[in-house]
Write a protein that binds this ligand. Structure first.
Ligand SMILES: Cc1cc2nc3c(=O)[nH]c(=O)nc-3n(C[C@H](O)[C@H](O)[C@H](O)COP(=O)(O)O)c2cc1C
Ligand SMILES: O=C(O)C(=O)c1ccccc1
Length: 352
């Protein structure tokens, strides 16, 4: 129980949550200090964490009037599967820190909102149990472990449980310096386990392009690389044969002072030149942010922290609420920019 007399898992009044910033504020009241700091904090001096938001805010939109937006279409097809709208749940660790129902609540919330949920390697619930309650596709985020045989088994387990894509995180050779996390004495409670990642995230053994080839030699689902910021790496990704990339700076949590993802996105999109889908995450909080990301070359976006906060506020319903707020805002932003579908979101939507 914290100072407001609200404890983790208590119900909050969902009608008070009007936007994603409200969700964060409410979550801060319901979460333990340690859990809140773990989710909210960034690396180093948190420049990148702030830039993710500031760079999105600084972009102005260029609306077109008198176009027919009576039939809005937000669908996008990724790897043969049609999403009703281009927003996915980013992989985040330790959901039982945020809510006692953990990843089961996240999966239920994603299902109710018709969204793809990318399950973290550091899930605190076994994939088998998540798969049982999921009603929408799951993807799996992979941290490559020192033990390559165990890594292979994990990929095969994820595929056996129906995960439809594999996001290999490539920006976390080590985890970033997180001073707020250190000050809050972050430790995983004894009753919170990570069944697919026994042991802490230790320093990974070298993970190189050779390993990406190796992973693709047995993966039966599309492989995406998560954590690309550099156009030269984007080109290498295409050459390596992967099915997609995620432009990400890990939500500002790893290497501080790398640019905002929305700043990196246009260069990456140019390098990729539509050969494979480019997804993006980092700081997406408003429907207008989604419009900006798609206009600058993303096929879809992912949201991390807001989903954690929604989960902390109200379990599955909180997760659904976060996605529904963002989806509705996206629809309004498209209508008001005069663009009825995602294909018509291009550089002309950005004010220059
Ligand atoms: C609490 C938390 C845990 C995370 N855990 C993982 C993880 O296990 N694997 C991973 O690839 N990314 C992880 N990330 C990064 C997210 O997938 C994503 O890149 C980032 O949160 C997006 O930025 P946003 O939080 O501003 O939406 C985590 C992020 C947060 C906030
Ligand atoms: O916190 C993170 O961003 C992250 O990716 C992670 C997940 C589990 C263990 C350590 C770091």
């Amino acid at each position: 129980m914290n100072k407001d007399g609200i404890k983790a898992g208590d119900r909050v009044d969902l009608s008070e949550l009007i936007n994603l910033f409200d969700v964060e504020k409410m979550a801060e009241r319901t979460m333990s200090k340690m859990a809140y700091e773990y989710v909210a904090s960034g690396a180093g001096d948190e420049w990148t964490l702030r830039w993710n938001r500031e760079a999105l805010d600084a972009i102005k939109l260029n609306p077109t009037v008198l176009t027919d937006v009576s039939k809005l279409d937000t669908r996008v097809t990724l790897f043969g599967y049609e999403l009703p709208y281009p927003i996915l749940i980013a992989p985040t660790a330790y959901h039982k820190l945020m809510h006692p129902e953990g990843e089961l609540a996240t999966a239920r919330g994603a299902g109710a909102a018709s969204a793809v949920y990318v399950v973290s390697s550091f899930t605190t619930t076994p994939l088998s149990e998540i798969a049982e309650v999921a009603t929408q596709p799951l993807w799996f985020q992979l941290y490559v472990r020192d033990d390559r045989e165990l890594t292979k088994e994990l990929v095969q387990e994820a595929e056996a449980h129906g995960c439809r894509a594999l996001c290999i995180t490539v920006d976390t050779v080590v985890t970033g310096i997180r001073n707020r996390e250190q000050r809050a004495n972050f430790t995983l409670p004894n009753n919170v386990l990570t069944p697919h990642m026994p042991g802490a995230l230790r320093e990974q053994k070298p993970l190189t392009w050779k390993d990406i080839e190796w992973l693709q030699s047995f993966a039966r689902t599309p492989v995406l690389l998560k954590g690309i910021l550099n156009p030269a790496d984007a080109e290498k990704a295409v050459q390596s044969g992967v099915s997609g990339i995620i432009v990400s700076n890990h939500g500002g949590r790893n290497l501080d002072t790398v640019p905002a993802t929305i700043e990196a996105l246009p260069r990456i999109a140019e390098a990729i030149d539509r050969r494979i889908p480019v997804l993006m995450d980092g700081g997406i909080r408003r429907g207008t942010d989604v419009v900006k990301a798609i206009s600058l070359g993303a096929s879809a976006v992912l949201v991390g922290k807001p989903v954690c906060f929604g989960l902390a506020c109200a379990g599955a319903e909180g997760v659904t609420k976060v996605l529904e707020i963002l989806r509705t805002e996206l629809e309004l932003a498209m209508a008001l920019t005069g663009k009825a579908n995602l294909a018509s979101l291009d550089h002309s939507v950005i004010w220059r």
